[in-house]
Design a protein around this ligand. Structure first.
Ligand SMILES: NC(=O)C1=CN([C@@H]2O[C@H](COP(=O)(O)OP(=O)(O)OC[C@H]3O[C@@H](n4cnc5c(N)ncnc54)[C@H](OP(=O)(O)O)[C@@H]3O)[C@@H](O)[C@H]2O)[C@@H](O)CC1
Ligand SMILES: Nc1ncnc2c1ncn2[C@@H]1O[C@H](COP(=O)(O)OP(=O)(O)O)[C@@H](O)[C@H]1O
Ligand SMILES: [K+]
Length: 452
């Protein structure tokens, strides 16, 4: 999966330390970070006057460097600090800035552009209430709010907010994204996240899910080689209709659905059959769960087959013990309720929980929500880029399950298929617009595929 790297605060510090050990002075890293922050500020906020709030650590240090670069470009810049810098690198950055530094407090005056360089990955606890008050006041008065590395108060690894945090239009981060940029609730405060390369070597299996690279159509292909999805219908035909239409629109060569009664309104291209022969070697992916209802036999049937499978919705509730999935080539797509029912309350952030669930089940786990994460038992984690909140409507999960099944049947490896489908699902929602229903989402899939 391509996409921007994501590191925890600890691994970020290790990457920084490795660079320092290899002879790169920390001041060089800070210089690059501050310069990138200044550059992004100019691009995002135009040459309006800037107020930079500097904390005591290296996040504040980045702020002093940015102040110098902005002043050098002739931009009016003020710095308001919590106090003197504490770290050596931040002291160095402060000494290089020739302008005045105000004490941050109730008298600090507003500016059209506010840059928060109070705390980044070194945040240890909630900000003092009076500081939160100043941050909220100055952000309300600003036209553009920019966070250096992280919004102050956002916990880097968990994505939790330790205090009230204003909404930022832009967050400029360095070397790698942090989990908080892609986990709720912090993700919702970051705005656009720009990643600056400051010359660190980053090695990680955690990435933001990027634009997928799908294999080209085989000119000599036929409908089975393009991928056969076999869906098992249950009690609610509407859900399987959404899933199978989504599978067909996602480029499966053949979509077949086993159903005991005809499903009205399905496109003629989707083949309905009253048998469920799952040992057909041409099946590229079985889809079970959407609209299944209380028919646990359908899951049992799916689990007897060798083909890869997507296990969604009601079928997740029927798994019972995650061990039952061991040896299966499966992708599980729980929302939070289904996740907790199957795996219980797991420790760690959402990504770590998904990874633990993947390890316990041996399946690729797509842990859905406003901050969907995809985890593979081999340690890879994909964090979805922000998707529109209007995805929160009935049936959109059925559409996602069908999309994953199609991409799996088309031959993508399980983790790649899940990540690609999550990315396309979000883009299809953007295309379908705020008043969409799940049917419109499925109809927008071809346009999302064209976006790539
Ligand atoms: N990684 C990299 O490669 C690079 C990282 N860079 C930058 O460094 C940033 C990380 O810097 P950092 O480690 O100095 O931590 P930072 O966030 O400035 O805060 C630490 C200070 O705050 C204090 N403190 C904490 N919480 C507090 C609270 N609630 N209320 C009050 N005080 C609190 C804490 O005090 P302590 O508890 O330790 O006494 C300490 O003094 C990172 O986000 C990025 O911007 C770049 O320069 C380029 C290279
Ligand atoms: N607030 C939100 N912002 C973005 N995406 C969301 C939000 N809420 C839900 N989603 C996405 O919408 C889909 C909902 O799936 P699910 O909960 O299974 O619904 P259903 O079972 O009705 O189809 C998931 O892909 C989820 O990631
Ligand atoms: K910050």
């Amino acid at each position: 999966m391509s996409g921007r790297p994501i590191l925890t605060a600890e691994r970020m510090r290790a990457a920084e330390q490795a660079a320092i050990d290899a002879g790169m002075p920390v001041e060089t890293l800070m210089e690059r970070a501050g310069a990138a922050l200044a550059e992004a500020t100019v691009r995002f906020g135009a040459p309006l006057p800037v107020l930079i709030l500097c904390g005591p650590g290296n996040n504040g240090g980045d702020g002093y460097v940015a102040a110098r670069h902005l002043a050098d470009r002739g931009i009016r810049v003020r710095v308001a600090a919590l106090g003197d810098p504490k770290s050596d690198a931040a002291k160095w950055a402060r000494s290089k800035f020739n302008g005045e530094v105000e004490q941050l407090g109730a008298e600090t005056g507003r500016a059209p552009i506010l840059i928060d360089c109070l705390f980044g990955t070194g945040l240890k606890k909630a900000l003092q209430p009076d500081l939160v008050e100043q941050l909220l006041r100055l952000s309300t008065d600003a036209s553009v709010c920019i966070a250096c590395d992280l919004p102050s108060g956002a916990e880097s690894d968990s994505g939790e907010l330790l205090n009230d945090v204003p909404g930022f239009g832009l967050t400029v981060t360095f070397g790698a994204l942090k989990p908080a940029h892609r986990l709720m609730p912090a993700m919702n405060k970051c705005g656009r996240v720009v990643l600056a390369d400051i010359g660190l070597a980053i090695d990680t299996a955690w990435r933001e899910i990027g634009r997928p690279d799908l294999p080209p159509l085989d000119p000599a292909g036929h409908k089975y080689s393009r991928g056969l999805v076999h869906a098992l219908a249950g009690k609610m035909p509407g859900a399987i209709a959404l899933s199978t239409v989504a599978a067909a629109r996602s480029g499966a060569g053949y979509v077949r659905v086993s159903t005991s009664r005809a499903i009205d309104g399905l496109p003629s291209a989707i083949v309905q059959t009253d048998t469920a022969i799952l040992d057909d070697p041409r099946i590229g992916c079985i889809l079970v769960g959407p609209g299944m209802g209380e028919i646990p036999q359908l899951l049992t049937l799916a689990l007897t087959a060798r083909a890869p499978k997507v296990i969604d919705a009601d079928a997740i509730g029927q798994v019972g013990d995650a061990e039952r999935l061991r040896g299966q080539d499966a992708i599980l797509t729980p929302h939070s309720g289904e996740f907790v029912r199957l795996f219980g309350k797991l420790p760690g952030n959402k990504a770590e929980q998904a990874l633990e669930a993947a390890c316990r089940s041996g399946a690729v786990v797509v842990y859905k929500g406003p901050d969907t994460v995809v985890a593979s038992p081999d340690g890879r984690i994909g964090f979805a880029p922000p998707a529109p909140a209007w995805l929160a409507s009935a049936g959109t999960g059925d559409v996602l399950a069908g999309m994953i099944a199609a991409l799996r049947a088309r031959g993508l490896e399980a983790f790649e298929a899940a990540c690609a489908a999550v990315w396309l699902h979000g883009r299809a929602a953007e295309i379908a617009g705020p008043h969409m229903i799940a049917d419109d989402l499925a109809a927008a899939i071809p346009a999302a595929l064209d976006l790539r």
